[in-house]
Design a protein around this ligand. Sequence first.
Ligand SMILES: Cc1cc2nc3c(=O)[nH]c(=O)nc-3n(C[C@H](O)[C@H](O)[C@H](O)COP(=O)(O)OP(=O)(O)OC[C@H]3O[C@@H](n4cnc5c(N)ncnc54)[C@H](O)[C@@H]3O)c2cc1C
Length: 358
Amino acid sequence: MTSPRIAVVGAGLGGLTLARVLQVHGLPVTVFEREPSPDSRSQGGTLDMHAGSGQTALAKAGLLDEFRALARPEGQEKRILDEDGTLLHHEQPADGDESMPEIDRGQLRGLLIGSLADGAIRWGHGVEGAAGRSVLFRDGSSEEFDLVVGADGAWSRVRPGLSEVTPAYTGVSFVETGFEEARHPEPARMVGNGTMSAYGPNRAVLAQRNSNGRIRVYAAYRGPQDQPVSEVLSMFDGWAESVRALLLEADEPFESRPLFTLPVGHSWPHTPGRTLLGDAAHLMPPLGVGANLAMLDGADLADALAAEPDVDAAVRAYESVMFPRAARLARFAADGLDALFSPEGVKGALRLFSELTG
Ligand SMILES: Cc1cc2nc3c(=O)[nH]c(=O)nc-3n(C[C@H](O)[C@H](O)[C@H](O)COP(=O)(O)OP(=O)(O)OC[C@H]3O[C@@H](n4cnc5c(N)ncnc54)[C@H](O)[C@@H]3O)c2cc1C
């Protein structure tokens, strides 16, 4: 019996996990990535990998020990402040708590890339779209497969044809920057070992410790996307100087990241030869779920393809698990975003965290 020809579009966390777990099962796979090389773009901040989702996927990928060697359990520390800089909620992980340790996204992606057989990823292969079971490349060429998986994120080129839905602006934008602890020890101390968030009405300053003494900072607000940086910074006039210092002492360029989502419960009619995973399937607000879910999708789809020789039946089995799971978590993330960015300011955030820990 010959193995199915499987194409994965996108070497993000979801596509790479799918490819790795397929290879663990002895199934061949080709990943097409538009970026020219693994290091062509900075991978941004830190991610928490949850027991039961991201960590389950890593276990199926045979990479849990390597993950633990890089992960930062102390990064589970959480501090919530108000706009005056008063600490209102402080969670410290217990010794041995490995329920959601942090890891730099770049380190996690590097771990997955390094685990794949040579040649599994074709870098510099931008995909224009998919037609039937064919992948159409930007240079005008195409290649035929038994299954094409769109793991190409929010603006997926594989999604059209399965679903006509496109992501919509949530009304909330993040403006990202960062600094080095060694050069700005005071604001770094305020962040602690994990995440610090200060909330005011419809806005927040969020800061997260990454590895190598770097701190990532986000000025987040509810309002029109792509506002000039000077206007975003002026939203925090009157806030505690200690909180404002996180933004004002930042030494990286500010980058606007408007948050887009697909509708809660997004799905498509089952289509032989094609499916989606991760953000391409269920883009949701960043409440610590998206990467975990993308990786779990990848691992589940790989398991289904290994267990069921009929590719179409395997994809159906995957979709029947993925759709309701994604809908449930997308609801949680959408409600969470509304709680965090509300006219109530920090009260909404405190309520959400007490529900989550309560
Ligand atoms: C500020 C922020 C913080 C976040 N924090 C967390 C967190 O703490 N925990 C968490 O679980 N989630 C978090 N998320 C969500 C998480 O980043 C995403 O859900 C996750 O990266 C989705 O993975 P993916 O593999 O589906 O897509 P992506 O990571 O977007 O990867 C898609 C890949 O496809 C490639 N690609 C795109 N188009 C093409 C094309 N046409 N041809 C070929 N290749 C293509 C891209 O270059 C990329 O490599 C956060 C998101 C944001 C914005």
